[in-house]
Design a protein around this ligand. Sequence first.
Ligand code: G3P
Length: 215
Amino acid sequence: MKLFLDTASVTEIRTMWELGILDGVTTNPSLVAKEGRRFEEVLREICAVGVPSVSAEVVGTAADQMIVEGRHLRGIHPSIYVKCPMTPDGLKATKVLAAEGTRVNMTLVFSANQALLAAKVGAAYVSPFIGRLDDQSEDGMELVREIVTIYRNYHVKTEILVASVRHPVHVLEAAKLGADIATMPFAVMDKLVHHPLTDIGLARFLKDWEKVPKA
Ligand code: G3P
């Protein structure tokens, strides 16, 4: 499973990129706003890190606006995937952009039927928001399970990008279901790296090593 960071922080992206575990980045308007910098400037810096997949979201709500924005975003860097919302206009825009060769990430997906539609219009990624469903007392991971089943039934090429990930168990469950990608905040990815027994074990090895005769 590919691991993406859900952030617009170049520092966070560089940190995980240097570990060699990062496959991509997803941004959204809320994450970009947190950086307090111009969108395109941040986007160019993220792409310059070298991450092969960087999702950038349109903010227009009409299909023609999304198409214009999508074409512009795609032109910024070859790594860019254009994020369009799962709305009627988002579907129309995705159909046009995908036909032109733009890779579209359909976002704000909350049902398996919406995921079916995203595939139909040629989205490269579909982004079910599992944490926000959990927040509503619905089972976000059940949605991933449904999408995996449906996409397998029809040999759909659209990749399932599990979004709104809140903790490491979400990542683990997504991987067990065979999702293609999980995107997560820096804090969650950092928790994947660490285990207290690793730290305790290393400290013990290094302490014992001091007892080994050195010459
Ligand atoms: O980037 C989209 C998604 O991952 C947002 O997550 O935590 O705001 O529900 P969250």
